[in-house]
Design a protein around this ligand. Structure first.
Ligand code: FAD
Length: 330
């Protein structure tokens, strides 16, 4: 149990909690993690924390991880930042990986800084490309308002930590379980959790299909102007089987919840079709839109969004939306 079988200096991917709707990110990190580990002649480990993990472990074994390091305990049944982070810090101290990767999801973005600060190492958030050069992780991320791509290295501290934007690396292909993936169980210390106190659990009802997985997105920006127009976009989204997304401007105005925000500080989406209603097309928003088919409705013919759009309509939202909705209802 918990034997030190994993080689030092390898590449680790930290899994999302097993019930996370962003769980697939570990298969994207599998494809890039594999390349980095091979380039460094070292192993690739998936770290999984949770409860009743057997089904997940069987699923992960079919991907090209060399090890699954897992901590299974009743106290991990529900995600708790302090317990999860403390366990990960302990594991990293014990096995000493060279590189630790997480998804740039709500989970990764919250827990990665906690771990990096406990280990007094660096962390590059939101990477869009990674490479390895003689043990040094080359971390590429947008910088200065997304106008340049910066290469960042952390040569003096270990592990080298990065969060990676979802959807920028392809999903790894799964294979038959050929028995090459080894399991290493980690025995958990019973931590005293005194930083956070759990008062209650409330189930949040989410949209059945998450924004990140949506095939069609109707995105709304400051130009939407009124609650009435926003309601019309939601109604249209139902009719078209689309999900609604938003810019930060609209979120900051309090018109829509933050979970709808797309962009640099929101979610990254990869739909087949993205329609922008009253969105100017700022880089911080568009960097979260990985899509070849962008349609835009805006009353300013010089709006930046039209440079990206494959189909553009110069129109006033107040006129356009009721017309479209009526047409659809017909
Ligand atoms: C560090 C940082 C991180 C950020 N992260 C994000 C992020 O993750 N996501 C994000 O979205 N933003 C982000 N931003 C904010 C971003 O820079 C922009 O301010 C924001 O995206 C603009 O939103 P918008 O297009 O809705 O608003 P605006 O830029 O104000 O554009 C509104 C558009 O609506 C049009 N319009 C107005 N009235 C009408 C009408 N009646 N009919 C039709 N069109 C109309 C206008 O012509 C205009 O083009 C970030 C900014 C910073 C500095």
């Amino acid at each position: 149990m918990g034997e030190s079988t994993i080689e030092e200096g390898g590449v680790w991917v930290i899994s999302e909690p097993s019930d996370s709707d962003k769980f697939d990110v570990i298969y994207e990190l599998n494809s890039i993690g594999r390349k980095l580990a091979d380039r460094n002649n070292n192993t690739l480990t998936l770290v999984l924390i949770g409860y009743a993990l057997q089904e997940k472990i069987e699923e992960i074994k079919r991907f090209s991880y060399d090890y699954i390091l897992y901590a299974e305990n009743k106290m991990f049944e529900y995600y708790d930042l302090e317990n999860y982070a403390n366990t990960l810090v302990e594991m990293i101290r014990k096995y000493k990986p060279g590189v630790v990767l997480l998804g740039s999801t709500l989970y990764g973005r919250t827990i990665a800084p906690w771990i990096a600060s406990a280990l007094k190492t660096g962390l590059t958030a939101d990477c869009i490309w990674l490479d390895m050069n003689e043990g040094t992780l080359i971390q590429v991320r947008p910088a200065f308002g997304d106008n340049i791509e910066a290469e960042i290295i952390c040569p003096r501290r270990k592990p080298q930590m990065a969060t990676v934007r979802p959807h920028v690396f392809p999903l790894a292909e799964c294979r038959d379980n050929d028995g090459t993936c080894k399991l290493v169980r980690y025995d958990v210390t019973n931590f005293k959790t005194d930083f956070l106190t759990l008062l209650d659990r409330i189930k949040v009802l989410e949209n059945s299909q998450s924004l990140e997985k949506a095939q069609i997105i109707f995105a709304v920006g400051r130009g939407i102007k009124s609650k009435k127009n926003l309601d019309m976009v939601f109604e249209l989204a139902v009719l078209y089987g689309a999900q609604v997304g938003a810019t930060r401007a609209l979120v900051d105005m309090g018109m829509i919840d933050r979970k709808y925000q797309i962009g640099q500080t929101g979610v990254t989406v990869k739909p087949k079709l993205y329609i922008a209603f009253g969105i100017s097309g700022c880089i911080q928003h568009m960097s979260g839109v990985l899509c070849n088919e962008i349609w835009a409705v805006n009353n300013d013919e010089n709006a930046q969004i039209f440079k990206k759009a494959t189909l553009g309509c110069v129109a006033d939202i107040n006129v356009f939306l009721p017309l479209l909705l009526n047409k659809m209802k017909e």
